[in-house]
Design a protein around this ligand. Structure first.
Ligand code: ZN
Length: 422
């Protein structure tokens, strides 16, 4: 969506932001974030150099736990799934905001994660995604501690596991769906562009589809159904699907594999199917449309040869990913607070769109949520050539700080904008 078409920020939100921005302690805090730029960057480098391969984030989790404790938090735990949860209490009875970033990288164990600096640009796998986010939430905490900022609501600083790829958001799924923790709002710091505000969550469903048949010799057993022919029929049907355009909904058969030799009727083959949508209902609809096509294709292949029982090609659907998605109102407190903070900091809102991140699960649960950029510039994410440019990076930490403060409120200065859920 074009951010220029958005209605202006609600007047009560702007009024709160103005009160905070005029408060001398908040002014000092924003100045401290600018002054601490090098400390934030040093944290980011140190965190990058602690490996966090998919499903093995524990070492980095312990490192973050120590950092939260060193900044004076006493209520710091690692939950069953491996998320680090560090609570900074408010005055009591206020809302709870989770300010998060993800621990995991996409890089396997043994990857060289040492950071190399060249002409002010920092190079290392994971230096930006999401070591920047982790360093930013630490900086927000450091500033609140140093300036003795008493918030009304609690802020839980959470470092999640499993945000990337096959991690399938397992950390945030645990946090929002299983942990029983009371959470009223969620901000993830991921990516670096401070002019980008994520308002919706792209959902996805992924399957590995296995086709298994009798197999056989292409000449002697001619007349048996083929796993590959069944899959070919399925792909042809899927390729002709027209999903809805608004909210954007997409699909692809991303990979295929299988067969034995050129002169064998294929006994086995498989494909990976990806379906995505910016709408929750539309994701269910595209799935409900595509899965029966695969079964129909299989049935047609069996009918073509009159194959039944052991001679028939059979299907197995293996779910390999489910990221629920959804949308929220432009008046969501978290989106409003972020936009008001951007206005105060002179950051222009350039992109207002959907993506698939830790905020998916919160939005799916009806919790106001967004993802903010951590500041600076980045390139080659998910590649060992990943780089980070810290120029103006402090804006990311200032944005996360001010947005959080607006949401949980500051005692004697501004009430929390974040409503408490029951
Ligand atoms: Zn990320």
């Amino acid at each position: 969506m074009d951010p220029k078409q958005l209605a202006p920020v609600l007047s009560n939100v702007t009024a709160s932001a103005d009160k905070l921005a005029a408060c001398p302690t908040v002014k000092e805090a924003l100045a401290a974030i600018l002054r601490d730029e090098k400390i934030t960057l040093a944290d980011q480098i140190a965190i990058t150099e602690v490996e966090a391969p998919p499903f093995h984030e524990d070492e980095r989790a312990k490192d973050l736990m120590r950092r939260f404790q060193a900044l004076g938090l006493t209520d710091v735990t690692i939950d069953q799934e491996g998320n680090v949860i560090a609570r900074r209490p408010g005055t009591g009875n206020g809302p709870t905001l989770v300010l998060g970033a993800h621990l995991d990288t996409v890089f396997p164990a043994g990857t060289d994660v040492r950071v190399r600096e060249e002409n002010g640009i920092y190079h290392a796998p994971g230096i930006s995604d999401d070591a920047r986010g982790l360093a930013v939430i630490l900086q927000v905490l450091r500033t609140m501690q140093e300036k003795n900022i008493q918030t009304v609501g609690d802020i839980c600083f959470v470092c999640t596991v499993g945000e990337e790829g096959n991690g399938d958001l397992r950390g945030s799924k645990h946090l929002f769906l299983k942990s029983g923790m009371k959470i009223d709002g969620f901000i993830s710091v991921d990516g670096v562009d401070v002019g980008r505000l994520l308002c919706a969550a792209t959902g996805s469903k992924r399957y590995r589809v296995h086709f298994d048949g009798p197999g056989g010799h292409s000449w002697k057993n001619y007349g048996y159904p083929s796993a590959i022919h069944a899959m070919g029929r399925a792909i042809a049907k899927i390729a002709d699907v027209h999903p809805c355009e608004e909210p954007r909904t997409t699909f692809t058969c991303g990979t295929i594999g299988g067969g034995t030799t050129v002169n064998s009727i294929a006994a086995h083959c498989e494909m990976e199917l990806d379906m995505r949508s910016a709408g929750g209902k539309e994701l269910e609809e595209i799935e409900a449309q595509i899965l029966p096509l695969i079964q129909a294709a299989c049935d047609e292949e069996n009918a073509r040869w009159g194959a039944e029982g052991d001679l028939a090609v059979k299907l197995t659907l293996e779910p390999i990913g489910h990221r629920p998605g959804g949308q929220q109102s432009d008046e969501s407190s978290v989106l409003q607070a972020a936009r008001a903070a951007m206005n105060e900091l002179g950051i222009e809102l350039k992109k207002y769109d959907a993506a698939s991140t830790d905020h998916n699960i919160a939005i799916h649960c009806g919790i106001p949520a967004t993802t903010l950029g951590g500041g600076g510039a980045e390139g080659f994410n998910h590649n060992v050539k990943e780089w980070y440019d810290p120029k103006d990076g402090y804006l990311g930490a200032q944005l996360a700080f001010l947005t959080s403060l607006l949401l949980v409120g500051m005692q004697g200065v501004a009430d929390p904008l974040l409503p408490k859920r029951d």
